[in-house]
Structures are given as structure tokens and as C-alpha cells.
Design a protein around this ligand. Structure first.
Ligand code: ADP
Ligand code: MG
Length: 347
């Protein structure tokens, strides 16, 4: 960063912790009647209005989950909310409130936090959720963002990972592998830049997958679409770690196996051409890439007609007895390949 710009930035110490919290949160307005008391008291008060309360939390740590070398702070704020709302959507619940905890070192000026909170506010607007609290603390190392999302839902609508039965159809929303391929492009261009800061990054034509990585969306829209089709999934999960990992989670919780058809996996054309360019197997990107934040769910086979030609959904396989295991049926050869997943490689 240029020295000139550095001098124009405001150190956090100038506002102090309380001033900072006020400064960052005063523009947030409230959209949900269930929000009774929010920022400014010792704790928030939420009125569940007779519904079940669904809660989830996720932490994003600098250097582990994101690299500020190529992730804009605004996008980081937006995405940190989205990944949490995705978990609420995966329970078939409506997200209503979030809490945001930040740990920052003094190398971050107030303006950096403003950017993060701007991204957070955009997500709150788009998804109609209220920021009702959080925590602010200093960090010795880097930036850590922890978001807790709260959702409310009638008991009978909640969908868990448990509940898939043999012969149920396995369905996924949207397309897969794009976020991972977007990350590969960002990392490639970032290393080019580090080697020679005068080089302009080549990002043209990759818009779709870059957006999938930097500005993913939570599929909070799916709940209504399914309800309009008169479908209640028998089990559901969001695709955060990669399809293979999520299929195995549904398998474990529901005590069934799954057969997934490689030729049914939804892949976007930009994802396909980028995989080809980078010499990556697109199926592996879909299975193990992660961060797509689509929803993976099972439905009763009797719901097949309701969903078969719907562009929002791809039927990618079906549940089998647990003893039959979890397999990918390879395109062409019909060979059965065991599904495996290491999970998120943070450790
Ligand atoms: P306490 O000392 O009781 O933890 P704080 O001073 O941390 O209280 O927080 C004061 C209020 O500001 C609380 O309502 C808290 O939820 C909210 N708050 C603190 N930090 C943040 C933040 N980073 N984002 C949003 N709200 C925050
Ligand atoms: Mg506190």
C-alpha cells in the first residue's frame, strides 16, 4: 500500500472498542419482528414466535480460510454471512438473525473493518437478516471472523441429515466445482502478481467461477421452491466441503448408501473449460472442491415427476441399502468408484 494512503487511514485506537462497535453497526436496521433486543444490551433477545430456533456458527481465519492478498474485505464480510445462512437453509429454516465476532490486529485500520461490515450489511439486506450482536477483540496474528446465524422454523418443516431411505432420489441445486476452480484461478494470478507486481492479472472469461468463489450465495430460495412443488426433502445438507463429503454425511446419519452418477453431475461451462485448461478432472472438482454452498437433499421416489424437468435441480443418484456402500458410477465405463472424502484440509 502506498505511504500516502496509509496516512489517511484511521487506527482503531482512535475510536476505541465501544466507539468502533457503534461506528460499524449504527447503520444496520431491523427487518424481523422476532428481533426484540439487539446490539447495545448485554445480550440480544429473540422471540421465536412459537417456532423452533435453529443455530449455527462458522469461523473464517485469515491464512486458513482466506487470503487477503486476493480476497476483497467487502466480499469477505458478505461470504462469512452467506456460509452461515447456507447452514440454516440446509435445515429448511428461515434465517432471521446473525451475531458477528471479529478479532483484529492493529495492522487493520477502521476503514478495513468498514469494508467488512459493508459486505455484512449487503448480505443482511439481501437475505433479510438482522445483525443483533457480536464481540470485538484484538488478535496477535491475523483477522478472524466468527458468525453465528439464527433461524426460525415450524417444527414440522425442519429437515435434518437423518431421514433418507433406500430408493430415495438424491438431488442437488445449481452446479458444482465452480468455487474451487475460481480459487485456482485466483491463486494462479496471485502468484503471478507476487512474482512480478507489474503483471496484470488475467481474469477475463472467468467471471462466473470467480463469483462462485468470492461472492457465493446461500440457497435460501430453495425452501419456497420446494414448498411450491409440494416436496419436503427426507434429508438435506449444504455443499460446503464438496459433494463426496456431503454424500457421506447423509449416508452416515441416514444409515443408507448412495449411488451417484458421474454423468448427472451439474457442471457449468466455464467450470468445465477452466478444469480443462488447468488439467484438472472436473468430476474431482465437483466431488472434492467444496464451497459451492448448494443444497444436497433426498426426496421420496414418488416426488420424481414433480422435479424431473425443473432447471433448479439435478437428480444425481439415489439411496441404496447401507451395505451397498457409497459409489460414483463412472460415465462410459459404468465402473463403481468408492466415494471418499478427507474433509476440510485446515489441519
Ligand atoms: P460485553 O462487554 O458485555 O461483551 P461488548 O462491549 O462486547 O459487551 O458489546 C456491546 C454490544 O455490542 C453487545 O450488544 C454486543 O453484542 C455488540 N457487539 C460487540 N461487538 C460487536 C461486533 N463486532 N459486531 C456487532 N455487534 C457487536
Ligand atoms: Mg463482548
Amino acid at each position: 500500500m502506498l505511504e500516502q494512503q496509509q496516512n489517511d487511514l484511521t487506527p482503531i485506537s482512535k475510536l476505541g472498542e465501544f466507539g468502533l462497535i457503534k461506528h460499524l453497526t449504527e447503520k444496520f436496521s431491523f427487518k424481523n419482528s422476532s428481533t426484540e433486543i439487539s446490539i447495545g444490551d448485554d445480550a440480544a433477545v429473540i422471540n421465536p414466535e412459537g417456532k423452533k430456533v435453529v443455530i449455527s456458527t462458522d469461523t473464517l481465519a485469515e491464512g486458513v480460510h482466506f487470503n487477503l492478498g486476493y480476497v476483497p474485505l467487502k466480499h469477505l464480510g458478505y461470504k462469512s454471512v452467506v456460509v452461515n445462512l447456507s447452514d440454516i437453509a440446509a435445515m429448511n429454516a428461515v434465517p432471521t438473525q446473525i451475531l458477528v465476532s471479529v478479532a483484529v490486529s492493529n495492522r487493520f485500520p477502521v476503514e478495513a473493518l468498514e469494508e467488512i461490515y459493508y459486505g455484512i450489511s449487503l448480505a443482511c439486506e439481501k437475505y433479510k437478516v438482522d445483525l443483533v450482536g457480536g464481540d470485538t477483540t484484538s488478535s496477535q496474528t491475523g483477522l478472524v471472523l466468527t458468525i453465528t446465524a439464527i433461524g426460525l422454523e415450524n417444527s414440522e418443516n425442519i429437515v435434518t441429515r437423518k431421514g433418507a431411505k433406500a430408493n430415495d432420489l438424491l438431488v442437488v441445486t445449481g452446479d458444482l466445482g465452480g468455487a474451487y476452480l475460481g480459487l485456482q484461478i485466483l491463486e494462479r494470478e496471485h502468484s503471478v502478481f507476487l512474482a512480478d507486481p507489474n503483471m496484470q492479472p488475467e481474469m477475463e472469461g472467468y467471471d462466473y467461477i470467480l463469483e462462485r468463489q468470492l461472492k457465493p450465495e446461500a440457497r435460501t430460495d430453495i425452501k419456497q421452491i420446494l414448498s411450491d412443488l409440494d416436496i419436503k426433502p427426507t434429508s438435506m445438507i449444504d455443499v460446503s466441503d464438496g459433494l463426496a463429503s456431503e454424500v457421506l454425511h447423509l449416508s452416515e446419519q441416514s444409515k443408507v448408501g448412495f449411488h451417484v452418477y458421474e454423468n448427472k453431475l451439474p457442471l457449468d461451462s466455464v467450470a468445465l473449460s477452466t478444469a480443462d485448461e488447468l488439467n484438472l478432472n472436473p468430476t474431482m472438482c465437483a466431488l472434492n472442491g467444496g464451497e459451492d454452498y448448494e443444497l444436497l437433499f433426498t426426496i421420496s421416489p414418488t416426488d420424481f415427476e414433480k422435479i424431473r424437468n425443473n432447471p433448479d435441480f439435478s437428480i444425481i443418484g439415489h439411496a441404496v441399502d447401507l451395505e451397498q456402500g457409497n459409489f460414483l458410477i463412472a460415465s462410459g465405463s459404468n465402473e463403481l468408484v468408492a466415494l471418499t472424502a478427507q474433509g476440510w484440509k485446515a489441519f
